[in-house]
Design a protein around this ligand. Structure first.
Ligand SMILES: N[C@@H](CCC(=O)N[C@@H](CS)C(=O)NCC(=O)O)C(=O)O
Length: 353
């Protein structure tokens, strides 16, 4: 055989190989996760949260943690440990959150944290899919003259340090040639105190935060009716769980828990029917999601193939979680960015197959 012929044969095998690889099922990683091992050895998930924001991360006067971020801590514990209650909630301040994640004081940060390039790249983190599409807003006294954010030219504005909020505020005013005085606060309690004392004309933050803080504004300050959130939105704030980028498998576990809740809603699987669907899945999509059926699909995440059964039965699907945590603070899902893609929103998950 001439060398020309052999080269042609080898080339065609190579093309065939690439074609076969492209058509075969995806390769899956079997490398372990140090964080997964830590969590399973400990028997508890250390979840960095906020404890002062109704709807997202809030400790009730009776000491119960609740909110959308808190539900995702529970969902990860259910997926990994089979028990949504096995969570240690670690309060993470706006300014210390990335340090405590890097220092491994927490396994995951779920604290109204915006996905940005500098956090993703420079802080060596990985963001899971967004659990809430937010945007920055401005809250003022209901009886003030302000109708839109740019009306606050020359005003004093309360803003939390260590946030995207303070950067966006600076950009917004600078881009318009407007001036403001920042009253830097460390947390929501300080913002509220400053507002009650009339030390700020504006209170800026994620709209989800403003809705929660408004709902909890003290009666002696006039209650929620004393405050008004201006209609404009200053920025994009996609919020979601954050992990260290050096543990790719752990990041995938966290991400597929989020995506699993989105798919469950899309497939009509919820906490009331997950047991029946696990015993007798209505189609192959549901069987793969629940690790059910005669030959359950194995995704090699290093956790039980039935992890989404635990998540959905103990915590719920995306819509159930939203309804019990965010609807009560007055942020309707319908017509918002947080509606399902089937309803014109951005909540969309890739296929689980
Ligand atoms: N999503 C933004 C803002 C999150 C945030 O920290 N918000 C402020 C209020 S807008 C806050 O939580 N302050 C209260 C606290 O740190 O306890 C980010 O990731 O930087």
């Amino acid at each position: 055989m001439g060398s020309k012929f052999i080269r042609a044969m080898l080339a065609s095998f190579a093309v065939l190989g690439i074609a076969l690889a492209a058509c075969s099922s995806d390769d899956t990683s079997s490398a372990g996760s140090a964080t997964l091992k830590d969590v399973t050895d400990r028997g508890v998930l250390n979840c960095g949260v906020k404890d002062s924001q109704p709807g997202f991360g809030f400790m009730t006067p009776s000491g119960v943690m609740e909110g959308n971020d808190v539900e995702y801590c529970k969902a990860i514990a259910a997926a990994v440990l089979g028990d949504a209650s096995k969570v240690k909630y670690v309060p993470a301040s706006a300014s210390a959150r990335f340090d405590i994640l890097a220092a491994k004081e927490i396994d995951v940060l779920i604290r109204t944290t915006t996905w940005t390039a500098s956090r993703d790249i420079n802080l060596k983190t990985t963001f899971a899919h967004t659990t809430f599409y937010d945007g920055q807003g401005m809250m003022v006294k209901a009886n003030s003259k302000f109708g839109k954010t740019s009306d606050l030219n020359g005003a004093t504005i309360c803003v939390t340090t260590g946030t995207t909020t303070e950067q966006n505020l600076e950009d917004f005013f600078a881009d318009r040639g407007l001036a403001y005085t920042a009253l830097a606060v460390a947390n929501d309690a300080e913002s509220q105190a400053a507002f009650l004392q009339d030390r700020c004309d504006g209170w800026t933050g994620d709209k989800s935060n403003l809705a929660g803080q408004r709902s909890a504004y003290p009666v002696d300050g006039g209650g929620p009716a004393a405050l008004r959130v201006l209609p404009d939105t200053l920025s994009k704030e996609p919020l979601g769980p954050v992990t260290r980028e050096d543990d790719a498998l752990w990041s995938q576990i966290v991400d597929w828990v989020v995506l699993g809740t989105i798919l469950a809603e899309e497939f009509g699987v919820d906490s009331s029917n997950v047991a029946a669907q696990s015993a007798n899945p209505k189609n192959k999509d549901v069987a793969r999601l629940l690790g059910a059926g005669a030959e359950p699909t194995e995704f090699n995440l290093g956790i039980s193939a039935t992890f989404m059964q635990d998540v959905i039965s103990q915590v719920g699907n995306f819509g159930e979680i939203y309804a019990k945590t965010i609807e009560p603070i007055g942020l309707a899902r319908a017509g918002s960015l947080n509606a399902s893609w089937k309803d014109g929103g951005l909540i969309y998950a890739p296929p689980m197959r």
